[in-house]
Design a protein around this ligand. Structure first.
Ligand code: HAM
Length: 403
């Protein structure tokens, strides 16, 4: 038997209902916030992710599904959605058009990680990206949107918040941090030794307990923000307070992708084990320019659909549509014709095998439909259909022409 690859799952039956329920809910909410659908390719030039997500990140350094295609191009399966949306935004010259452009997307992402519960190699994200708006109210709107989606799905969360500063305040902070880390170099892990040279702020979210102990006294980013970043962060907190959105400040929240500046946030759940991040995002004002577009402020987030599927409280599914069956072989043609007409407006499941009434009713019950409609020789003779409403249990016969 050929099985699916490790860390890559099929989504079907009950899972698919959860999946589509999530997509519909999130799509409705994103549209209410004025976002439009965008679809970008699953395969992009590897350089796109190297330049945006960053060569020093684990995603680019260790986890890309990268290969040379038959034309000799260095390509990879997208590990995340932001870079492709930014590329499309620039390619369509929307950076030159000015104004605000807001997109949402959903689809498969690929990261060659070590699979475990909640951590897949092919997973799905729902994400949004907003271009052209530098106001911190837009950052707050992103957070409110995630909160709206989670609330609608009945999912509890903790929101972690940080500011990563800007071009003005980040470099001097980074220098201070490097000095601090170099002073405790003897005790830190191999990864952190590497990070000090490649991307020092990543040491702050090292998962190694002994590193974390050493960094307790490290300089805090939030104490080194410039006036603009500090005021924006204050305003962001005020907007969230005013809208009753609770948050925790986490000065070590640096995110695993290199393109962020200013606002960074993560939504976590305490109910799904160690892979607890259910959504993450932030501002990335430098990325459009970095990918050769006109400087454009931008902010966005993405949610991990598989992790959310574990948490979604599904609404009670209502019985819906018809089950149709024949009691005699000769009646099947009628059943199929009537079903074809009825399907122009309703869901109809047809059973091709003729069965007795009891078995049809059993099958209809299993199909979770509202009505069981059956045709036998009597009904054929009288041009009737026998129907049972499986909700209120009423039974009746109506002329075929009125069905
Ligand atoms: P990210 O934090 O890397 O951000 O991913 C967003 C979410 O995708 C995570 O919070 C998690 O729920 C889910 N996720 C990530 N990796 C896996 C995995 N291996 N298996 C299952 N779920 C996973 C981004 O991707 C950014 N592009 C978000 C963004 C959009 N920032 C600005 N705009």
């Amino acid at each position: 038997m050929i099985a699916s690859l490790r860390g890559m799952n099929d989504i079907l039956s009950e899972d698919y209902e959860r999946f589509t329920y999530f997509i519909t809910t999130a799509t409705n909410i994103a549209q209410r916030y004025g976002f439009h659908f965008i679809e970008t390719p699953l395969l992009e030039e590897t350089t796109l992710f190297k330049r945006s997500v960053g060569e020093s990140s684990d995603i680019v350094g260790k986890e890309m599904y990268q290969f040379i295609d038959k034309g000799g191009n260095d390509v990879c399966l997208r590990p995340e959605g932001t870079a492709g949306v930014v590329r499309a935004f620039i390619q369509k010259k929307l950076d030159r058009a000015g104004g605000i452009h807001r997109f949402f997307y959903h689809g498969a992402m690929f990261r060659y990680e070590r699979p475990q519960k909640g951590r897949l190699r092919q997973f799905h994200q729902f994400g949004v990206e907003s271009f052209g708006e530098s106001s911190v109210y837009e950052d707050a709107s992103m957070i409110m949107m995630v909160s709206d989606i989670l609330k609608t799905l009945g999912i509890g969360y903790r929101l972690q918040l940080n500011s990563l500063g800007c071009n003005e305040c980040m470099p001097p902070y980074r220098t201070k941090l490097v000095k601090f880390v170099k002073e405790c170099q003897d005790g830190i892990c191999e990864d952190c030794i590497r990070r000090v040279d490649t991307n020092p702020i990543r040491v702050l979210d090292c998962k190694n307990g002994s590193c974390q102990e050493l960094y307790v006294g490290a300089p805090k980013l939030l104490n080194h923000l410039c006036l603009t970043c500090s005021d924006d962060f204050k305003l962001l907190k005020k907007i969230l307070d005013d809208n009753s959105i609770k948050y925790e400040i986490d000065t070590n929240l640096v995110r695993g992708l290199d393109y962020y500046s200013k606002t960074a946030f993560e939504f976590v759940s305490d109910e799904i084990g160690s892979q607890s991040a259910i959504a993450g995002g932030g501002r990335y004002d430098r990325l459009v320019e970095f990918l050769d577009g006109r400087p454009t402020p931008a902010v966005g987030f993405a949610m991990g659909i598989e992790r959310l599927m574990e948490l979604i409280k599904m609404p009670q599914t209502k019985k819906d549509g018809y089950y149709m069956g024949a009691m005699d072989e000769e009646a099947l043609d009628f059943v199929v014709q009537i079903a074809h007409k009825k399907r122009q407006t309703d869901k109809v499941i047809v059973e091709y095998k003729s069965k007795n009434l009891k078995n049809h009713l059993k099958a209809a019950d299993k199909a979770n439909v509202k009505y069981c409609a059956v045709i036998g020789s009597n009904e054929m003779r009288d041009k009737n259909i026998w129907i049972k409403n499986l909700e209120d249990k009423s039974e009746y016969t109506i002329p075929m022409s009125e069905f």
